[in-house]
Design a protein around this ligand. Structure first.
Ligand code: SF4
Ligand code: SF4
Length: 112
């Protein structure tokens, strides 16, 4: 089992999640974070920290399909362990449908 980040995170990046992860397994893209499924120890402490409800256990319906996505980008993007400011349109785009198609960027974030 692992936890995953889904498309509710895209264009948000509140990053409250990264500070609580005991194994530093969040990775930063330009406008989304992912969890490395092979590093996550399933502690679950990050899930309630996410204001966008983007973090789910992979046992939840619909979450399994995000595992490969999280692994793929965790291997490309830099690790992030400190909270930073959310993206400028985070509140406005919170809860919006179709974020993957509309906004997702494969570009890495800065990490940090
Ligand atoms: S708190 Fe949630 S929405 Fe914000 S960066 Fe973390 S996973 Fe993404
Ligand atoms: S479940 Fe625990 S180990 Fe996994 S990403 Fe969240 S805080 Fe990190």
């Amino acid at each position: 089992m692992t936890y995953i980040v889904n498309d509710a995170c895209i264009a948000c990046k509140y990053t409250d999640c990264v500070e609580v992860c005991p194994v530093d397994c969040f990775y930063e893209g330009e406008n989304m974070l992912v969890i490395h499924p092979d590093e996550c120890i399933d502690c679950g402490v990050c899930e309630p920290e996410c204001p966008a409800e983007a973090i789910k256990p992979d046992t939840e319906p619909g979450a399994e399909e995000w595992v490969d996505f999280n692994r793929k980008y965790a291997e490309k993007w830099p690790v992030i362990i400190t909270k930073k400011d959310p993206l400028p349109n985070a509140e406005e785009r919170d809860g919006e449908d179709g974020k993957l198609e509309k906004y997702f960027s494969e570009a890495p974030g800065e990490g940090g």
